[in-house]
Design a protein around this ligand. Structure first.
Ligand SMILES: [Zn+2]
Length: 332
């Protein structure tokens, strides 16, 4: 296998050809003269590497490098092992940046920029739209309101998104439309009305939770802007429950039968009377229209009706309560 030395010189272990000292490969059979040594060295190197002794592993590979003919595949493979270990061993990546000076910093920035561009290209619509959304409300009402409001809308949309994914459908990340709102794109054609209802109502549910969170932030910080976010969250999610057009309420009501719609109509009118919130009148009018239209489902879902009514009451009270709290705290 390996070359053996004798006083007369080296001979190939494979074919016995006599070799000049320092020859790494047999001129006759092309076998590496140090094949056995190399095998032992590589075994040791891998053992060192496996036990985390990277420097020792590197030394072994360096020794192997001396025994391999330059330009051979094996030599290149060993060099790759050394390079890999060098990367792991070098304590800071800034070394090459320092060596290259300003050019290195520029290259590092470009590498970071490239990954930022990749993120933008894949999640770009989502990011750009949420930034535009933030920018608009920042310029209108200040930074904290913009953050709270965008967070609230994002949570509403993520409610839809999670529910779509939970039922095993594909969905895109939310798109923000500055000044209008946001939406999650998914294909709901031929989906059971009960499931569609749950997906639609998950938005106002998560939106309501976002309002509660804002209210909690207000309680712990005392900043009135979070009261404003809580109020707007309740208001917007109630708006989304109007059961017409593209509002969440429209598709949710597809699963609700006559009884449930009558109950929603009644509750909305009572809430309108109690809280003087005109959105409840719009919910009542929309529900009345849907009763008149008679687009009832073959199998009404009582649960969706209760869910719908509970969300209308919860968001209505959230909006009303945080508005009045703000009025008491910050009178004009
Ligand atoms: Zn929604």
């Amino acid at each position: 296998m390996a070359a053996f030395s004798s006083p007369q010189g080296n001979y190939c272990a494979n074919c016995g050809t006599s070799l000049d000292p320092g020859t790494l490969v047999c001129s006759k059979c092309r076998r590496f003269t140090h094949a056995r040594e190399l095998e032992e060295i590589s075994t040791r190197a891998r053992q060192f590497a496996a036990t985390g002794q990277l420097a020792a592993a590197r030394d072994q590979w360096l020794a192997a490098l001396q025994l391999l003919p330059p330009g051979s595949n094996q030599q290149r493979a060993v060099q790759r092992e050394i390079d890999k270990l060098d990367q792991k061993l070098s304590p800071q990546k800034t070394d090459w940046k320092k060596r290259l000076g300003p050019l290195g910093i520029l290259i590092a920035a470009l590498v970071k920029f490239k990954s930022a561009i990749l993120i933008l290209l894949t999640k770009g619509k989502f990011l750009i739209s949420i930034l535009a959304f933030l920018g608009l409300y920042w310029s209108l009402f200040g930074w904290w309101f913009a953050v709270g409001f965008a967070g609230s809308v994002l949570l509403h949309e993520m409610g839809h998104y999670f529910m779509v994914r939970r039922f095993g459908f594909a969905a895109e990340l939310p798109m923000f439309l500055p000044g209008l709102g946001a939406y999650v794109k998914w294909n709901g054609v031929n989906v059971d009305p009960g499931i569609r209802g749950q997906i639609s109502l998950a938005g106002p549910l998560f939106g309501f939770i976002s309002g509660l969170i804002s209210y909690g932030i207000f309680l712990s910080t005392g900043h009135g802007v979070w009261l404003a976010v809580a109020h707007v969250a309740g208001w917007l999610n109630l708006l989304n429950l109007i059961p017409v057009f593209i509002f969440d309420g429209a598709s949710a009501l597809n699963a609700v039968g006559l009884q449930g719609r009558l109950a929603l109509l009644l509750v909305s009118l009572v809430m309108w009377y109690m809280l003087r919130e005109n959105l409840f009148l719009l919910v009542a009018l929309g529900t009345g229209y849907r009763i008149w239209k008679r687009d009832f489902p073959p199998e009404p879902r009582q649960g969706i009706a209760y869910y719908f009514i509970a969300l209308a009451i919860a968001n209505g009270f959230l909006s009303w309560f945080s508005f009045n709290r703000a009025h008491l705290l910050f009178p004009r």
